[in-house]
Ligand binder design. Structure first.
Ligand code: HEC
Length: 164
């Protein structure tokens, strides 16, 4: 019994045709390509755990604020647009740039500052022009800065800094 099972298994294995072997080889290559694709090559920001929490907290406020601007736009409520945009402006509370000024790279800081200034302009224009389409164009351009920064940087917690 045992030996028949063994023979069946063995001949079964041998029956794999050459084309199937190629297929297996190609699938292996594809898996390797996918793994290479998933490597995170973005520039690393080495932060302590509290510093990381601070940056990510600001990020979640940015996302929530952007969503509120969009919600106000659907109602043509330009006063609310201005209010929510102002909250993400240069004087944004808990802005990551303030305490992390010496930790974050200069280019990162500049991109962040320029995004906050954009929100100030969005607020000012929402008040003076009251043109939802114009605000949408501005918001779209500003969100290009969100994506540009996300494509460039990643945060990693450095164990050396985690006690800071
Ligand atoms: C100057 C750089 C920069 C800008 C501008 C920026 N972000 Fe981020 N954001 C980051 C970094 C760095 C991370 C962490 C990414 C990582 O480690 O993979 C992040 C993470 C996030 C996260 C994840 C938060 C979490 O809790 O994990 C959200 C949401 C986010 N950003 C939203 C936004 C939005 C919305 C905007 C624009 C309105 C924006 N960000 C603009 C740098 C930026």
């Amino acid at each position: 019994m045992k030996s028949t099972l063994f023979t069946n298994f063995f001949t079964g294995t041998l029956r794999i045709s050459q084309s199937k072997l190629w297929l297996i080889f190609l699938m292996g290559l594809m898996a390797m390509a996918v793994m290479a694709d998933e490597a995170d090559n973005r520039q690393v920001l080495n932060l302590s755990n509290p510093q990381r929490n601070h940056v990510l907290g600001e990020m979640r406020s940015l996302l929530a604020g952007t969503q509120m601007i969009l919600a106000a736009l659907t109602k043509d409520d330009m006063a609310a647009v201005a209010e929510h945009a102002q909250a993400l402006g240069f004087n944004m509370k808990h802005k990551a740039e303030n305490p992390l000024h010496d930790v974050l790279p200069k280019d990162f800081m500049q991109l962040g500052m320029s995004m906050h200034k954009d929100f100030d302009l969005i607020a000012a224009d929402a008040t003076s022009l009251k043109d939802p389409k114009h605000t949408l164009q501005q918001l779209s351009a500003t969100m290009g800065k969100c994506t540009a920064c996300h494509e460039t940087y990643q945060i990693q917690v450095s164990s050396l800094k985690s006690k800071q």
